[in-house]
Write a protein that binds this ligand. Structure first.
Ligand code: ATP
Ligand code: MG
Length: 325
């Protein structure tokens, strides 16, 4: 990535609200053509960062650069960004066509060009021919696609998406994810995406920024963050993780990284607590001293086990955290 052009850079950016909440010392580079996701629990500051980039909030200190130039003094409409908010904010009294045309008319584009661009953008989000409808006649997912089409029409260099799919049900969410990824690839635009859904972040992003209480905990590719979580917070927030306490240390190990053998031959012997069939694999929970440890095992092994059996556990790939971490 390092040979690519930096599109967006946040330099020691702090934004504090009057009550002291906000984000601090945010340092982040986003490269051209990348999808970077801000991920973290509610209230950790994801929207705050996105709004400072979009120009809807002033920064308290630090700087925000786009293509190497500071943009903090520019109003939203002068920035090469477009933002899609969680609530789709289409105008209910305007048709889809009027909603889409609004920004282009403000920019004084010729009518014929506007019409052509709108047709193209509706095709891009798989909503051709809905120009005459009103937002109220569309489903939530369809409205969200229109909101994305509207932001793309402005041809932003940087698209800012704040939990755009959170109101949608799981299946449509997944479709929208794939569509967004395709649009991003086709147009080659840079995207900063916000979600508190770790699965969505893993599926969509080139890199993920994991946030915690107004600060960045870790920046990395989905694989880096999954395989080498930098903090206990990251380890517990991304994917399934067992935390096994041993003295001052906590061993973090994923259910797929524990091997289970029937019997008492190993160092870590526990007792089968529950057996849950989840389709192609089985989740076993094992009581090991104070700990309840989750392990993913295959069908063949689970068929040979019942609740109360003694099993021996062997820990594979893991991360060790000291109490102070
Ligand atoms: N306008 C505001 N005035 C004062 N405090 C605010 C304001 N907006 C947000 N905050 C606070 O700043 C912190 C970060 O809020 P932010 O909206 O950025 O979180 P978030 O990560 O987007 O959360 P969510 O996932 O719930 O949308 C929170 O503690 C929140 O209460
Ligand atoms: Mg938010």
């Amino acid at each position: 990535m390092s040979d690519r052009k930096v599109m967006l850079e946040l330099v020691d950016m702090t934004k504090k609200y009057g009550n002291g909440d906000g984000v601090e010392h945010i340092g982040l580079k986003v490269y051209e053509g990348e999808i970077v996701t801000l991920l973290g629990p509610s209230g950790c500051g994801k929207s705050t960062i996105l709004r400072t980039v979009g120009g809807f909030l002033d920064v308290t200190s630090g700087d925000i650069l786009i293509n190497g130039r500071s943009i903090v003094d520019l109003p939203p409409e002068k920035r090469p960004t477009a933002m899609v908010f969680q609530s789709y904010n289409l105008w209910p009294h305007m048709t889809i066509y009027e909603n889409l045309a609004y920004g282009l008319k403000l920019r004084k584009r010729p009518a014929a060009e506007i019409r052509e661009e709108i047709t193209k953008s509706l095709e891009m989000v798989s909503m051709p021919g809905c120009e005459k409808k009103y937002p109220g006649q569309l489903s939530g997912g369809q409205q969200q696609r229109i909101a994305i089409a509207r932001s793309l029409l402005l041809k932003p260099e940087l698209l800012l998406l704040d939990e755009p799919f959170s109101a949608l049900d799981a299946k449509i969410r997944q479709q929208m994810r794939e569509e967004l990824k395709k649009i991003q690839q086709d147009l080659g635009i840079t995207v900063v995406f916000v979600t508190h859904d770790q699965e969505e972040a893993m599926a969509l992003s080139h890199r993920i920024v994991v946030m915690n209480k107004g600060k960045i905990d870790q920046i990395g590719t989905p694989a880096e963050i999954y395989d080498n979580p930098a903090t206990l917070h990251v380890a517990s927030f991304i994917g399934e993780m067992n935390f096994i306490k041993k003295g001052n240390e906590t061993i973090a190990v994923r259910p797929e990284d524990i091997s289970v053998t029937p019997g008492t031959a190993g160092d870590m012997v526990g007792e089968v607590r529950t057996i849950m069939l989840l389709g192609h694999y089985v989740v076993l929970t094992v009581q090991y001293g104070e700990n309840v440890i989750k392990c993913n095992i295959n069908r063949a092994l689970s068929d040979s086990l019942k609740v109360g059996d003694k099993v021996s556990l062997e820990i594979g790939k893991h991360t060790v955290f000291n109490k102070t971490a």
